[in-house]
Design a protein around this ligand. Structure first.
Ligand code: XIL
Length: 331
């Protein structure tokens, strides 16, 4: 059982505090989630391939279970995600004979998907990641190559926002991406958002995934990204925060417990990040971690399978880590 300061209360005047969840973690982390968090996101269960495996088949059992968990504990819920190049069913892009569909058919299927999924959670999901990760990481190209782009051209992005708004006029609509604080990619994300806004597309916010580590990105780059996105008049949310103990390309798989000196560095890093985020509380409305405690994180298998990671504020037994204590001392 939990006592002491709750994370969500420490930042009650600043932003919501969220966690990504899945069917096992709402069981194993139920008390932790209910005590420390006031928002959740489905880690995988609302993605295209999870809810819409065949054209005529929708599978909402797992997503509905997470939505029921949110209602049970009075948690806000973010929706993730409607348009992405990953975890999206192949049938969407092909006809019965396996040939590529036309642009018109792809957009019609997209509209029907968004109507159904966004419509189902109208009134419960207050913010949707409408479009996820369409900006190219490297090179001069603005948009990442994908089936979406190949078949529909860049217009699928604006269309997705239009359809989402029609399906739930109350929902806040987000563009979400990673490496969002790296200067080059930041500028490209800005360019996309600016052009959407200039075309009159209704975008409310930008999601900074914030898959960060002890060394990267620099606080100054995070600050510059926040300032740049906020200059468009958009609200910001951190949507997938984790603080890996390792650089992305560090291949070590030998550690079975977190070295105390790294946990101290992590505490220092979280302290710096949350001090910075708090400065921008007027524009940052939510900070969601991509998990809740170190017993489960996607980073245990990404990008290196079997490399255990300890990215959160709570340990494998759901006890506060040094990073949590540092944040508690902030308020
Ligand atoms: C990840 C999940 O955490 C994993 O379980 C899954 O295998 C792959 O996707 N960016 C996103 C998230 O927008 O949807 C991803 O989630 C992590 C990166």
């Amino acid at each position: 059982s939990f006592s002491g300061p709750a994370l969500k209360d420490m930042f009650a005047d600043d932003f919501k505090i969220g966690a990504a969840v899945n069917p096992p973690t709402i069981r194993s982390q139920e008390q932790l989630l209910a005590y420390h968090f006031n928002s959740i996101t489905a880690e995988n269960e609302m993605k295209f391939e999870s809810v819409h495996p065949q054209e005529e088949v929708y599978t909402f059992d797992q997503a509905d279970g997470l939505a029921a968990f949110a209602r049970k504990h009075g948690l806000a819920m973010r929706g993730h995600t409607l348009v992405w190049h990953n975890q999206t069913s192949d049938w969407l892009f092909t006809d019965g004979a396996g040939a590529s569909v036309s642009k018109e058919l792809l957009l019609a299927r997209l509209k029907s998907h968004i109507d159904t999924v966004v419509g189902r959670y109208r009134g419960q999901i207050y913010a949707w990641d409408v479009v996820n990760e369409v900006i190219a990481d490297e090179g001069p190209e603005l948009l990442r190559p994908s089936k979406w782009l190949e078949i529909a051209g860049p217009e699928f992005i604006a269309k997705a926002f239009e359809y989402a708004h029609e399906a739930d006029p109350q929902a806040l609509l987000f563009y979400n991406d990673y490496n969002e604080s790296h200067p080059q990619k930041r500028d490209k994300i800005y360019t996309l958002l600016k052009s959407l806004l200039d075309q009159g597309v209704l975008v409310h916010g930008v999601g900074l995934q914030a898959h960060w580590n002890l060394y990267d990105p620099a606080l100054d780059d995070i600050r510059a990204a926040i300032e740049k996105y906020a200059s468009l008049g958009l609200q910001l949310q951190l949507t997938e925060l984790d603080m890996s103990l390792f650089r992305f390309d560090d291949k070590r798989t030998d550690l079975t417990s977190p070295p105390p000196e790294l946990l101290e560095l992590q505490a220092e890093r979280y302290d710096g990040v949350f001090r910075l985020l708090r400065e921008y509380r007027q524009v940052i409305s939510s900070v969601t971690f991509w998990g809740a405690a170190d017993d489960y994180t996607w980073l245990d298998n990404f990008p290196v399978r079997g490399r255990k990671n300890w990215p959160f504020l709570f340990d494998e037994q759901h006890r506060p880590k040094p990073a949590f204590e540092r944040l508690a001392a902030l308020s």
